[in-house]
Design a protein around this ligand. Sequence first.
Ligand code: AP5
Length: 215
Amino acid sequence: MRIVMLGAPGSGKGTQAQRLQQDHQLPQVSTGDLLRRAVADKTPLGLKAKATMDAGELVSDEIVLGMIKERLAKPDAKRGFILDGFPRNLAQADSLNAVLAELGQKIDTAVLMDVDFEILMKRLTGRRTCSKTGQVLNIYFSAPAELEACKKAGGELVQRDDDNETTIRNRLQVYERQTAPLIDYYQKRSLLKTVEATGDVNDVYARFKKAVGLK
Ligand code: AP5
């Protein structure tokens, strides 16, 4: 099963992809995570990408495509994957089709995580990642027990550098300008499924699984 996740920053792509990965052993391939790792490791690619990410702009197609090609060629991606944060513009979507054609594969479903725009700012400013487990949490929306569990496991709740109001505003604009046209792109190819992504995380997960044809 090969899934593309679409949706504005904060719409819950990562949260839902993480759950599907755990339950169905489908690797979550997040270009944002791959880039953040490169930044943390101070690789040449990471050093190049950091300022762009901090500004909330898109990193060059060339860099991102190179990462994706390498990742999708790994053995665990043979039986499927969940693309989280890629493609991000029309050129990337065309490149993805070309990469998959070379591998004899194609996308099964593009899932749009549909969220009321007003709640995105709160979700993003409240987001924290557990340094121990990598779980994505939220100081406003996660259950206190979940937040506590991270600390008990010896982790810390870490905030992303680009989750500040100024950068978030730009990321939302970049999404509208460059990524939202992909909704039409996948709709025209009869691959688009829209998931109502506001409300309880478990309810959203149930709708997400249904959209990709899983129980
Ligand atoms: P990336 O890491 O892809 O960030 P994004 O698209 O901005 O998406 P987010 O990770 O912010 O949101 P999400 O939808 O995954 O939401 P989440 O599940 O975490 O990209 C970062 C940067 O990298 C880009 O700006 C760009 O510079 C670069 N980049 C990445 N890919 C690129 C590409 N292909 N090309 C070029 N550049 C690229 O949820 C958010 C919060 O809400 C969490 O706290 C979560 O706990 C909470 N939440 C989730 N669901 C619910 C719910 N139902 N109810 C309440 N709270 C919820």
